[in-house]
Ligand binder design. Structure first.
Ligand code: AMP
Ligand code: GLY
Length: 420
């Protein structure tokens, strides 16, 4: 039987993991891809992430499904344009993608749908935001100040110090440190608890969640240092019960999808729910409209059959069937460039030893130089992913494999998955 032809859009570790998984069931193409993705997929030379270029590739190669990795093209309307051309796309239209592009919209949707989330207000003027912070948090309650737009994970300041929170408002709204992303801010009451990520495949008729994973967002061990895109993930999370997941589905995912329908916003793609367990109840911290990175590198390792079909059914309006979940655990440790998430140099040579079985190396920021040498090309360079009977076993294997991956100044956290 001919394999379905699938195009993955994107060039990071998440897209490598998606292409790796989809290649088990499909013939995979990628735009723009990266050297790791090229090991499991055909990179379409000269193509760009635009509706015109992708539509051309669809015609030339007989592609039947597009899976969009990052949020930016979705926010810009790539899904709308491709669907208008009759192409099956996994990834929401720009209206749905506002759930990630605008925290103000996202919180408004949560409120309208009655979803448990931190108390909040949205502001368009700095003076009003400052006054609110001073009044509401004067008694020592902690606050989260968030730039509404996309600030690359840096636009959130959580603090128990009113002057620090006011300074955050200033930085976002007056100094415009995050450009337009900070013209609107959301000010939230601080919640406290452990976090996990739930990735849900959403179609017109139903939804199916994938196994829960947990990300480590701070750069350094012990959750120290600046926030990053994510330094490592693990799954399963023993402390997250089935009842907690069921509660998130019933009280967060389901009501959100009803609210989207009520507003005639069609949604075919991943809904990523960032959850915090606060006073033993799951609260929604945020929505993203795509797979998580590096959650996907871990979650893909835990899936068996049915992933391709689930994405295809979601993209074409069918019923999404549950995806097989494998009984083993998976851990991903991110190797990052010295200086990340701040400034770092690119173009440093990467040496990779012979990796043991059970290990996959997902390329995030790599490139080939003129001599065909693999070099660094981003802040997060590689995700070292391992599976094992338990999280502890997977963790041990991931760290032993990470020792075989070297580039000047490269670092990783040494405590990923150690507090499961
Ligand atoms: P967000 O992008 O909105 O998910 O925020 C990024 C991170 O900031 C989250 O993963 C949490 O660790 C933290 N955070 C966000 N909102 C809150 C809140 N209301 N209370 C406590 N921590 C928060
Ligand atoms: N790892 C968090 C995210 O993908 O947004």
């Amino acid at each position: 039987m001919n394999r379905m032809k699938v195009l993955v859009v994107g060039s990071g570790g998440r897209e490598h993991a998606l292409a790796w998984k989809l290649a088990q069931e499909a013939e995979v193409f990628a735009i723009p891809g990266n050297p790791g993705i090229a090991q499991v997929a055909t990179i379409i030379a000269g193509a760009t992430v635009s509706a015109r270029s992708i539509s051309e590739a669809v015609q030339n190669h007989g592609i039947e499904l597009i899976v969009v990795g990052p949020e930016d093209p979705l926010v810009a309307g790539l899904g709308n344009e491709l669907r208008a051309n009759g192409i099956a796309v996994y990834g929401p239209d720009s209206a749905g993608a506002q759930l990630e592009a605008s925290k103000a919209f996202s919180k408004e949707m949560m409120a309208a749908a009655g979803i448990p989330t931190a108390g909040f207000r949205t502001f368009h003027h700095a003076m009003e935001a400052e006054q609110y912070v001073r009044e509401r948090y004067a008694d020592g309650h902690s606050v989260a100040v968030k730039a509404s737009g996309n600030a690359l994970g840096k636009g959130v300041v959580v603090s128990d110090d009113v002057s620090e929170a006011v300074e955050a408002v200033h930085s976002m709204m007056v100094r415009k440190d995050f450009g337009d992303a900070g013209s609107t801010v959301v000010i939230e009451d601080r919640l406290r608890g452990r976090e996990f990520s739930l990735l849900t495949i959403v179609g017109d008729q139903n939804f199916v969640s994938l196994p829960v994973s947990q990300d480590h967002k701070r750069a350094f061990d012990g959750d120290q240092g600046p926030n990053t895109g994510g330094m490592g993930t693990y799954s399963p999370c023993d402390w997250v019960t089935e009842a907690m997941v069921a509660e998130v589905e019933a009280h967060v995912v389901h009501p959100l999808l009803l609210e989207l329908k009520r507003r005639h916003i069609s949604y075919r793609g991943t809904l990523f729910t960032g959850v915090m367990m606060h006073h033993d109840r799951p609260y929604c911290l945020e929505f993203n409209v795509r797979f998580g990175d590096p959650e996907t590198q871990t979650v893909m390792r835990r899936l068996g059959k049915g992933f391709l079909d689930a994405l295809y059914q979601a993209a074409t309006g069918g019923i999404v069937e549950p995806v097989e979940v494998l009984p083993h655990a998976a851990v991903t440790v991110v190797m990052a460039s010295h200086g990340y998430p701040g400034n770092y140099v690119k173009g440093l040579p990467i040496q990779i030893g012979a990796l043991p079985s059970g290990v996959e190396l997902f390329h995030a920021g790599t490139a080939l130089d003129g001599n065909g040498q693999l070099v660094t090309a981003g802040g997060r360079v590689l995700g070292v992913g391992a599976t094992g009977g338990t999280v502890a076993e997977a963790r041990q294997l991931a760290y032993s494999a990470a020792k075989l991956v070297e580039f000047p100044g490269g670092f990783c956290r040494t405590d990923i998955a150690s507090h499961n």
